[in-house]
Ligand binder design. Structure first.
Ligand code: ADP
Ligand code: MG
Length: 238
């Protein structure tokens, strides 16, 4: 089954053509990494997939269903932002439960999901704390936990580790790989970090100036880059 399929997706902001004829498939359970220079459209592409922005043209299919007109909360997707985007006035438990309450999930379901996500991410000691009382790494875990409790079919991560220091980045990267294995969900992960891309990805999508430059496994792209641009991004000698 295909988790996500994009067909000739374009996105313009007024006269600025940001995404250009994007075609892409993400299979069930696949870990797909988007790489490309700053400003090439990575975040915009995630926002279009999530429904936070409308595509100007083209089709977006999730689990076989066309979702161009489906609101974000009904797409079966959860997004983790670089800035964490936690609700400052809610404690960790409140951040984890808000979307589930909006979905009118039962108390028992909410409790069970919060418990499972907290255990996976080691958040149990922090459930009563507010975001301002947490470290950057703890905040990022809450942001990931908030995605997990919704049990999405597809996770979108927008440079989730870029605000963490090097040691924490490595730990969290390993943790995300473990979560991917445990949850057997599809994940799309944006990064400009070559190590993250090479170690996490089943499939890498190289974007340049709003276009897909090349798609392939880390080894394919490393051994057989389409051009110097791709080679430069993935660190293969060129
Ligand atoms: P990346 O995440 O790869 O750094 P973005 O998707 O954030 O790139 O941005 C791609 C391009 O789209 C940039 O030129 C940016 O200025 C433009 N852009 C993004 N969002 C908007 C917006 N809401 N209005 C106008 N231009 C935008
Ligand atoms: Mg971005």
């Amino acid at each position: 089954m295909t988790a996500l399929s994009l067909k000739n997706v374009n996105k313009s902001f007024g006269p600025v053509h940001v995404l250009k004829d994007i075609n892409l498939e993400v299979e069930d359970g696949e870990f797909v990494v988007f790489v490309g220079p700053s400003g090439c459209g990575k975040s915009t592409l995630l926002r279009v997939i999530a429904g936070l922005e409308d595509a100007t043209s083209g089709e977006i299919h999730i689990a076989g269903e066309q979702v161009n007109l489906t609101p974000p909360s009904k797409r079966g997707i959860a997004m983790v932002f670089q800035s964490y985007a936690l609700y400052p006035h809610l404690n960790v438990r409140g951040n984890l439960t808000l979307a589930l309450k909006q979905e009118r999930q039962s108390k028992a379901v909410i409790e069970e999901r919060v418990e499972t996500a907290s255990r996976m991410l080691g958040l149990e000691p922090y459930l009563d704390r507010y975001p301002s009382e947490l470290s950057g790494g703890q905040r990022q875990r809450v942001a990931i936990g908030r995605a997990i409790v919704r049990q999405p079919k597809l996770f979108l991560f927008d440079e989730p580790l870029s605000n963490l220091d090097a040691a924490l980045r490595m730990n969290t990267r390993i943790e995300i790989a473990n979560l991917h294995r445990q949850l057997s969900a599809s994940m799309i992960y944006v990064t400009h970090d070559q190590t993250e891309a090479m170690t996490l990805a089943d499939k890498i999508v190289v974007l340049r100036d709003g276009r897909v430059e090349q798609i392939g496994s880390p080894m394919d792209l490393y051994n057989d880059p389409a051009n110097r641009f791709v080679a430069g991004f993935l660190g293969a000698p060129s």
